[in-house]
Write a protein that binds this ligand. Sequence first.
Ligand code: GDP
Length: 297
Amino acid sequence: MFENLSERLSGVFDRLTKQGALSEEDVKTALREVRVALLEADVSLPVAREFVKAVQERATGQAVTKSVTPGQQVVKIVHDELVHVLTGDDDPGALKIDNAPAPILMVGLQGSGKTTTTAKLAKRLKEKNGKRVLMASLDTNRPAAMEQLAILGAQIGVDTLPIVKGETAVQIAKRAKQQAMLGGYDVYMLDTAGRLHIDDVLMDEVQAVRDVATPRETLLVVDGLTGQDAVNVASEFDGKVGISGVVLTRMDGDGRGGAALSMRAVTGKPIRFVGLGEKMDAIEEFHPERIAGRILG
Ligand code: GDP
């Protein structure tokens, strides 16, 4: 188990206070603990370094050394800074879906939870926003994935584009757009193919689909348990396709959420939703405070 950062810092300060007044050197010792805790929570080293620097600046301005509970004071500063870095849009869950039919492009690696997340968001749009949603699977390599979306659609009462064998992803995207217009849908969601790793073929296809669909939102679905890999995936997709936000899945697992911090710091793109399980309701808007609490332990 991870040691709780708050306890760890209290430990450090307990040792220090026994030796008399706190010095800047003491604060540095505490910040080293903060850095270790961040690394243990899967935050990447450059991001952790940058973060600690920002905390140090805040801490020196806030008379931590004179505080009776310096440990608590540092924890609070760390918490506030985490929330500061993690905060993206004012309203992360508000998707841009005006000008019907609004296309939403779902991208990500295979196994990240893309199809599940597409259905979860469709259900949310239908129930919370009263939108008529059409979903289409563009995964021409994996018929099972196309069927999976159709099954989920039937389960949540959201229409899916009928499957036509032999079409390319771009053809499906065009047909989805047409169907969305003719059928009076508010939103259509394109669940693109994923591969196990990023490669040129995948990126070319996603770019081609993006160019015909001109999505209002391009949401990258990444597995929140994959740590640094998730951050690399986010940088790649953002560089090649351009994303408007991230959905972190498997946040019901025991990952510490450090990937969220790294991803936000590295790509500058907001985390919009988190996936919290396999069920269709297991998704919620991103709350920076919750992840901050999780990283702090
Ligand atoms: P895709 O290949 O990216 O489309 O991935 P899928 O949507 O098929 O999901 C792969 C597996 O992950 C399925 O068994 C999902 O039920 C599961 N999954 C998706 N999102 C979550 C999540 O937030 N938490 C958990 N625990 N499982 C998830």
